[in-house]
Design a binder for this molecule. Structure first.
Ligand code: S3P
Length: 425
């Protein structure tokens, strides 16, 4: 019999990436000082900090995870003196563009080679309809973007794909518009922006698939503790759920129902996952998550489930590889335009490791239980979530795997490899 892994302990994962980005942007727009605890100090979120500093915002680091932001108010930003470098961060560029579209100056935003390949037409189109002038490569669809902001008008915008980044970008621009802005979503995406805007005194109304934001004069500062990131926790949840006998606790995780799709799917696959001490922090539901590992079975993931687990599909592929049977995920074409083509990347690398799997234009299938081939070299495609998923598969199956470029993990989860080593022995 091969070696088996023992998974146990408590793992405290860093603050939520989506909420950290938003906290920095919104606090910068507020009047007065905001206090943010549980901030994620990773490459992506520090890009957002850099963008706001370039616009004249004062950011004070109390500790790596606690920052104070002296907001400039909504209408007193300075024109950045140089190109803003969003690095690998789509959130910085897309949501940031909503704020920049309303400023009476010109901003140029670029990023690393991966970000420069990602579609921006999805924000350029609605923000242009509102009155911003945005140009970019390839008919204004690719970065760098040059944004000339100005007076904006209210719109009603039906999003062709569910995207919290696009929705948030339009909502933030809408705060500056001459009349309300309504965004219609095909499926519900994460609603952190809406929750935070409400807590800052903005008028935001959610009705079915529509969310409307009303023009605002000012925003109140924030004082909040950001919960642990469920997307970061998911690598450990998958590890523990797939290893029989595992017992793992992840405290203080944000369990906003628009983010917990992976947990529903893992439970359907037979996982024992409990939420302990459910509470609310900073307007977000939070719980301690406890997983008892046991064998998993296969499942079908339907298109309507995808937005609530969009960033967790690479991790879910690992659970599927460890499970007994064929798992299929459909309606996930968006994964092709994330930090990498995550469908192509996972199918290619799982295949290299000897896992039976295949792709569809909008998804993939994986058949387990996998017997991972020893000593293979696999690629991360510079994508943090691909790198972490492959590391979890290696740990769960107790087979060493060489992964190219794991430095990208620092975009969302510095310290992940060490934490993985601590809980999987
Ligand atoms: C995010 C939304 C999602 C997600 C991304 C972060 C956000 O992207 O994949 O990692 O913070 O709003 P889309 O909105 O493009 O689906």
């Amino acid at each position: 019999m091969g070696k088996t892994v023992k998974v146990s302990g408590t793992v405290t994962v860093p603050g939520d990436k989506s909420i950290s980005h938003r906290a920095v942007m919104l606090a910068s727009m507020a009047e007065g000082q905001s206090r943010i605890q549980g901030f994620l100090p990773a490459e992506d979120t520090l890009r957002t900090v850099g963008m706001m500093i370039a616009m004249g915002v004062g950011v004070q680091e109390v500790s790596p995870t606690e920052i104070r932001i002296r907001g400039r108010g909504m209408r007193a930003f300075e024109e950045p003196q140089d190109v803003i470098d969003a690095g690998n961060s789509g959130t910085t560029m897309r949501i940031g563009a909503g704020i920049l579209s309303a400023q009476p100056f010109v901003t140029i935003v670029s990023g690393d080679p991966y970000l420069r390949r990602r579609p921006m037409g999805r924000i350029v189109r609605p923000l242009t309809r509102m009155g911003a002038v945005i140009t970019g490569r390839k008919e204004n669809t690719l970065p760098p973007l040059c944004i000339r902001g100005g007076t904006l008008r209210g719109v009603r915008y039906e999003m062709p794909v569910a995207s919290a980044q696009v929705k948030s970008s339009i909502l933030l621009a809408g705060l500056y518009a001459d009349s309300p802005v309504t965004v219609v979503e095909p499926l519900p995406s994460r609603d952190h922006t809406e929750r935070m805007l409400l807590s800052m005194g903005a008028r935001v109304v959610q009705e079915g698939k529509e969310v409307t934001v009303y023009p605002a004069e000012r925003l109140h500062p924030l004082s909040m503790a950001i919960p642990a990131d469920i997307s970061s926790a998911s690598f450990f949840l998958v590890l523990a759920a797939s290893v029989p006998g595992a017992i793992l606790r992840v405290p203080g995780v944000g369990v906003n129902p628009r983010r917990t799709g992976l947990i529903s799917v893992l439970r359907r696959m037979g996982a024992d996952i409990q939420f302990e001490s459910p509470r609310e922090e900073g307007g977000e539901p939070v719980a301690d998550i406890v997983v008892h590992g046991r064998g998993l079975g296969p499942t079908q993931v339907a298109p309507e489930e995808v937005p609530a687990l969009i960033d967790e599909v690479p991790a879910l592929c690992v659970a599927a590889a460890m499970a007994e049977g064929r798992t299929e995920i459909r309606g996930a074409a968006e994964l092709r335009v994330k930090e990498s083509d995550r469908i192509g990347a996972m199918v290619k690398e799982l295949s290299t490791l000897g896992v039976s799997c295949g792709e569809y234009p909008d998804g993939l299938w994986v058949k387990g239980p996998a017997r991972i081939t020893r000593g293979q070299r696999v690629e991360s495609y510079g994508d943090h979530r691909i790198a972490m998923s492959l590391m979890v598969l290696s740990a769960a199956s107790c087979v060493p795997v060489k992964i190219s470029d794991t430095a990208c993990i620092a975009t969302s989860f510095p310290g992940f490899p060490e934490m993985l080593q601590e809980v999987a022995r």
